[in-house]
Design a protein around this ligand. Structure first.
Ligand code: CDT
Length: 313
C-alpha cells in the first residue's frame, strides 16, 4: 500500500523548566507506542521541544529566548530521537524553533525511516503581534520572534507518495493546502499550539475546536489528500491550549481523533490511493480548475491595500 499506517503523537503541556532530554524522552516513548500500532510515520506538534514561548515577552537576543532555538538538527540532545526512529524504522514530522545565519524560524522537518532528514518547511503564516500590549489578556508574539518562512510549501517524495508540511496557523488558510494540492500532495502533516482565552471576542474561544476541524477537513477534501495534525495542548504554564489532534481522510472525514489533553498517540491506515478518485474526478485541477477565469484573485492583495474597484454590470 502507498502511504500506510500513520500516527499522530499529541503532546500535553511542556513546562518551561522541562529539559530537552526530558522532552525527547516523551517523544521517544510515543514513537515506541506508535511502532506497537504498526505506524511507519508519526506526526509530532509544532515547537515540540519546548514550551510555547511566544506567550512571553523577551528582548531579542535575550539568552533565555535564544535557548528555545535549535542551531543544529539533530543536535546532541535530539539525536536519541533520530536514533530510535532509525531503529524502529519510522519516519516523523517534528516542529521546533530553528536559528540559522541570524534568522529565526518556526520550522518542521520530515524524516524517512532511517532517521535521515528529507524535507524542511518554515512557517509562512505567523500569527499574533510584534509588540506586546498590556491591555491584552495574553500575548502571542510569533511575529516578534520568527522570520517569515522562505521555503514556500514544498512537497516531498515520501511513503511512496507525496507529502507536504504546514505549521499551526497555516492550517486556517486555504492557499496552504492548495499550493501543496497543486503539487499533488497526498498527505499534509502539521503540528499546532492553539491557545484559547487570550481575550477573544464573543464565541471565538468556544468555537476553537470547531474551527480547528472545519479548516483541516475542508483542506483535506478540497485537495483530495490526507491530513494528519498533532496538537500540543492542555494547561501549559497557566495557559489553555486546544487538543483535538486528528487524522482526516481525503473524503473530509475524521478517521481518528485524540480524546485527551495529554500525550496521546492515535493512528489510522492512510491509503494514498484512496485519494485518487477525488484527484481524478471532482478535484482534477488540470481538467476543471479555471484560474484564467478568476479575474482579480490572481493579483496580489496585501494587508492595508485598498480594495479593488467593483465592476458594475
Ligand atoms: N501557533 C499558532 O499559530 N497558533 C495560532 C493561534 C493564534 S491566536 C493569536 C493558531 O492559528 O492556532
Amino acid at each position: 500500500m502507498r502511504g500506510g499506517v500513520i500516527g499522530v503523537a499529541q503532546m500535553g503541556p511542556i513546562a518551561k523548566s522541562e529539559s530537552r532530554p526530558q522532552v525527547v524522552k516523551r517523544l521517544i516513548d510515543m514513537l515506541k507506542e506508535a511502532k506497537g500500532r504498526n505506524c511507519r510515520f508519526v506526526v509530532f506538534p509544532e515547537l515540540a521541544l519546548t514550551t510555547f514561548f511566544p506567550r512571553w515577552v523577551y528582548q531579542l537576543g535575550d539568552p533565555e529566548l535564544e535557548a528555545f532555538f535549535e542551531t543544529e538538527m539533530p543536535g546532541p540532545e535530539t539525536k536519541p530521537l533520530f536514533e530510535t526512529a532509525a531503529e524502529l524504522g519510522i519516519g516523523f514530522y517534528l516542529g521546533y524553533a530553528e536559528k540559522t545565519k541570524g534568522k529565526h524560524y518556526n520550522t518542521a522537518i520530515l524524516t524517512d525511516g532511517t532517521g535521515k532528514i528529507i524535507g524542511k518547511y518554515r512557517k509562512v503564516h505567523l500569527p499574533g503581534h510584534v509588540e506586546p500590549d498590556p491591555s491584552r489578556k495574553g500575548e502571542h508574539l510569533e511575529k516578534r520572534y520568527f522570520d517569515i518562512g522562505n521555503l514556500g510549501f514544498p512537497v516531498y517524495e515520501a511513503l511512496e507518495g507525496r507529502v507536504g508540511m504546514a505549521i499551526c496557523n497555516d492550517r486556517r488558510w486555504p492557499e496552504t493546502y492548495r499550493v501543496m494540492g497543486l503539487q499533488g500532495a497526498e498527505l499534509i502533516t502539521l503540528g499546532y499550539n492553539t491557545p484559547v482565552g487570550l481575550g477573544e471576542p464573543f464565541q471565538a474561544a468556544a468555537l476553537a475546536n470547531f474551527h480547528n476541524s472545519l479548516t483541516m477537513q475542508a483542506g483535506a477534501y478540497h485537495n483530495a489528500c490526507w491530513v494528519a495534525a498533532a496538537a500540543k495542548c492542555g494547561n501549559e504554564e497557566g495557559f489553555e491550549m486546544i487538543g483535538q489532534s486528528m487524522i482526516i481522510a481525503p473524503t473530509g472525514e475524521v478517521v481518528a481523533q485524540c480524546s485527551s489533553l495529554e500525550d496521546e498517540v492515535i493512528s489510522a491506515r492512510c491509503d494514498f490511493d484512496q485519494a485518487q478518485y477525488f484527484k481524478r474526478e471532482i478535484f482534477n485541477f488540470a481538467r476543471h480548475r479555471r484560474p484564467e477565469a478568476y479575474g482579480l484573485i490572481t493579483e496580489r492583495i496585501g494587508a492595508g491595500d485598498p480594495l479593488p474597484p467593483v465592476e458594475s454590470f
